[in-house]
Design a protein around this ligand. Structure first.
Ligand code: ATP
Ligand code: MG
Length: 581
């Protein structure tokens, strides 16, 4: 490809709406163009990268024994009703009507479709296990599509689904996919950490996310991990052992005290001159539509996904001041947030008030707690005497750095991660409600034991930019770079320079190297800047030293510049390209 023909326009500045590096760089270097919020055109350079990621994924999935198909992007409501997700999936599901008024959706994922296909085809245990996958655009009406390709509304995903007759076979396929994912991300030049995670709206029990670890804002997940053992988990799933803390308030008797305008835990602990750890904090949530009071030790934070799962809900938010007021009124109280307690809270409209206690509060003695009276607290409270111990005790606590590893007891560390892929054990979550069954060896019908396995193709490419760049631009890993090398004649007016550069370029092409010849009549500074921004892994510069038979060979990854002969430079690129897995 000659640079003068390459469909690319680099920009001097980063686009103003870009917050993270990959978005800034990909837009500025001419890889993507925004059409509307969260929807991008993949321009020729980007499409080359995406096809390379796709092909790596394809090769490893095929090697792992999975078979590729392609399902429709538009899906009918009926299948989603069978699984129960038409009602359960929230605003992320893009719903639409056809001309007959039939309701449809744009596929955010394909469990329903693949399960309906499987139940028509996989009728006998003899046909199992099997694993089917596709690579396709998905649509999710994301709440905050703000990170370019990292979180688009339309994005490319590889999604695979496995069907088995028993847990043992699912376990085997899960491990098989785990191994394939490890190879895929390695080949894409990405180091990943597999972390335990919440299974979310997809459901199921065991699941892992493959995270690219980063210290930037692009990492939307907090990951807790142990350096001494293999424990690693997303914060929405992580558990820990707690450091020692004072849990006895030391009060001799239970009594109601005035706590005027002391609505936060910090203020309350200062006002009462007690550690935060002896306060039982009560937070009011709305899970789906029902009220839930979460009790947790004063110094700790509720992990909302864990709380939502403890209740078995699909959506969670903190209650508004108005809702708290209504809940109070309905149960005969008059208190605002900061003074809430579990005692006496029974119902809210058609719902019962659920009380969920984190494990941390069960150890409290002579503690401080709200009693649904504004500007008052009860001090010296004890479970079973002053307040009933809630029936449901769960781990709903957000882990904090410095907590101890649940496996080996060493201090946990925290970092951020970009989720590039995940693997789920679904079990019969879809096959049971959708009556997707096969005949076992005894002629009995059984639901499939399923797994599903996703990789964000476009997110993986963007994550590679997050992981590999400097102030000047992208440093593509060779295996997914749009082109392997750019050959830059310093002056296109110089006949000798142009001749050698063209010879190098043509030799590279003939050896299967993806090369670009920067034949533009531009200043060398402009060409070098573009080369760095676009992120060609190698640059061969043909300048004045060609009179001594030398060119400059530049490696983008480490900035190394070496003088060598044109033959040596050409050979170096050919060898590097041949060594790509
Ligand atoms: P997230 O928590 O980041 O929203 P998810 O758990 O919703 O991700 P899955 O439903 O498991 O993601 O989808 C499989 C893969 O698809 C993810 O691992 C991720 O790489 C990719 N993916 C999901 N949502 C997006 C998006 N909005 N833009 C780009 N890639 C995405
Ligand atoms: Mg999501």
């Amino acid at each position: 490809m000659r640079m003068s023909n390459l469909f690319v326009q680099t920009m001097r500045e980063f686009p103003s709406d870009a917050e993270v590096i990959s978005h800034k760089m990909l837009a500025r270097a001419g890889y993507i163009k925004k059409l509307t919020s969260g929807v991008y055109t993949y321009l020729p350079l980007m499409w080359r990268v995406l096809k390379k990621v796709e092909n790596i994924v394809r090769e490893e999935m095929d090697k792992a024994g999975a078979q590729e198909l392609l399902m429709p992007f538009v899906q009918p409501k009926e299948l989603w009703e069978e699984s129960g997700r038409w009602a359960a999936y929230g605003a992320e599901l893009m719903r639409l009507n056809d001309r007959h008024g039939r309701e449809m959706c744009l596929g955010p994922t394909h469990e329903e479709i693949i399960t309906s296909i499987a139940r028509d085809v996989l009728k006998s245990y003899k046909q199992l296990p099997t694993n089917l996958y596709q690579i396709q655009s998905k649509f999710r009406d994301e709440r905050r599509p703000r990170f370019g390709l990292l979180r688009g509304r339309e994005f490319i995903m590889k999604d695979a689904y496995s069907f088995a007759t028993c847990q043992q076979d699912l376990d085997k396929e899960y491990q098989n996919m785990w191994d394939a994912y490890t190879k895929i991300f390695n080949r894409c030049g990405l180091e990943t950490k597999a972390v335990q995670s919440d299974s979310g709206a997809i459901g199921g029990s065991v699941s892992h996310e493959f995270m690219v670890i980063t210290d930037t804002d692009a990492g939307e997940n907090d990951v807790f991990y142990c350096e001494d053992c293999d424990y690693a988990a997303n914060s929405n799933h992580a558990v820990s052992k707690l450091p020692q803390a004072t849990v006895d308030g030391g009060y001799n008797e239970a009594k109601i005290v005035d706590t005027p305008n002391v609505g936060s835990i910090e203020e309350l602990s200062k006002f009462l001159n007690c550690p935060q750890t002896v306060i039982c904090k009560a937070l009011v949530y709305i899970v789906d539509k029902a009220p839930v009071i979460a009790l947790i030790r004063g110094d700790r934070t509720v992990e909302e996904t864990k709380l939502m799962n403890a209740v078995g809900g699909l959506d969670i938010r903190i209650a508004t001041a108005g809702e708290i007021e209504e809940i109070m009124k309905e149960n005969g109280f008059n208190a605002i947030a900061g003074f809430i307690g579990p005692k006496g809270l029974k119902k809210y409209g058609e719902y019962e008030v659920k009380i969920i206690a984190d494990k941390t509060v069960t150890e409290l003695k002579n503690f401080v707690i709200g009693i649904n009276q504004t500007d008052k607290h009860l001090v010296g409270a004890n479970w079973g005497i002053d307040v009933d111990m809630p029936a449901q005790i769960e781990d709903i606590r957000l882990v904090e750095a410095g907590d101890f590893c649940p496996q080996c007891g060493k201090p946990l560390k925290v970092t951020r991660g970009i989720e590039v892929g995940n693997i789920f054990q679904l079990g019969t979550k879809y096959s049971a409600p959708m009556n997707a069954v096969y005949l076992d060896a005894n002629g009995k019908t059984q639901p499939y034991i399923m797994g599903c396995y996703g990789i964000g193709i476009s997110r993986t490419a963007a994550a590679a930019v997050e992981a590999h760049h400097d102030d000047w631009g992208i440093k593509w890993p060779l295996a997914i770079a749009p082109y392997h090398v750019v050959v830059v004649p310093v002056s296109t007016q110089d006949e000798e320079q142009m001749k050698v550069a063209t010879e190098i370029y043509e030799k590279l092409l003939s050896e299967g190297v993806e090369a670009v010849l920067d034949d533009r009549n531009e200043r060398p500074g402009v060409k070098f800047k573009d080369a760095d921004l676009i992120g060609f892994p190698y640059r061969i510069t043909v300048g004045k030293t060609i009179t001594e038979g030398k060119v400059e060979f530049v490696t983008r990854a480490n900035g190394e510049k070496i003088e060598m002969t044109p033959q040596e430079a050409t050979q170096k690129v050919i060898e590097a390209v041949q060594s790509i897995e």
